[in-house]
Design a protein around this ligand. Sequence first.
Ligand SMILES: [Fe+2]
Length: 269
Amino acid sequence: MFEIEEKLEIISEEIEQKFPKEYREFTKITNAVINHSLFNRLNTVENIKVYSEFQIWCVWDFMSILKVVQNLVFTNSIMWIPPKNTTLGYNLYKLLMTEETDKSHPEVKTQRTSHFKLFIYAMQKMKADTSLISNFLGEIQKSEDLEAILTNLNVNKSIKKFLAINHRLIKENPKNAVALLSLTRENFLPAVFKAVVGNSTINTKSIEPFIWYHKRHIQLDEGVHGPIADDLFNEYIINDEDILLSLKCSIESLSARFELLSEIECNLI
Ligand SMILES: [Fe+2]
């Protein structure tokens, strides 16, 4: 059994004491996600393929969260305004650089790639279906109406729900994107990814890029991205109202992720 509490140093004792109900709910849902029974069933290539066809949507969603954080730290207009905290801005660029332009898998000739494309490559190597996410990428280049695009998209309802919730939260308030980045992604995903591949005994070439992707992610998130996400949290989540909101939106997003994992488990072969 994994426990997340000790890993999320950003949640101080003061936060725990001020918001005991939300803290308990947050801890409960984080542990529920990390210990989801799905992860014990990712022991065949076929099951990992099914998992990847759902997970790719979370990989895309992560980048949207990151774009909102980027727009919060830096101005996104032609009329440039200097960032308020340059050191934080520099560190955010380090995070963005590895998420969007990391080194490629050794088999790939291209030197640089995004983590999204790394995941797509891992899916292609195990012959998972990437057609839906490819169609989606085409649609979002024509329209920014995510709700309408999702309505017309033939993807599982749990994926639609997960994307819709996160999209609403980050549009409502950019601070929610900071909270989601820290509490539900950079500081949280290493534990999830260890659960995904930690006990994998599958030793086929088709699965190797999938394992490589996860090991690279765990290394970066634990060593570099997690601390940067903490700094962002400390910069923007400044008062009790912010903290309460960040706990609430993280609980909502993680609950949708739990539902998504349960749906994946139902779709396993
Ligand atoms: Fe990361």
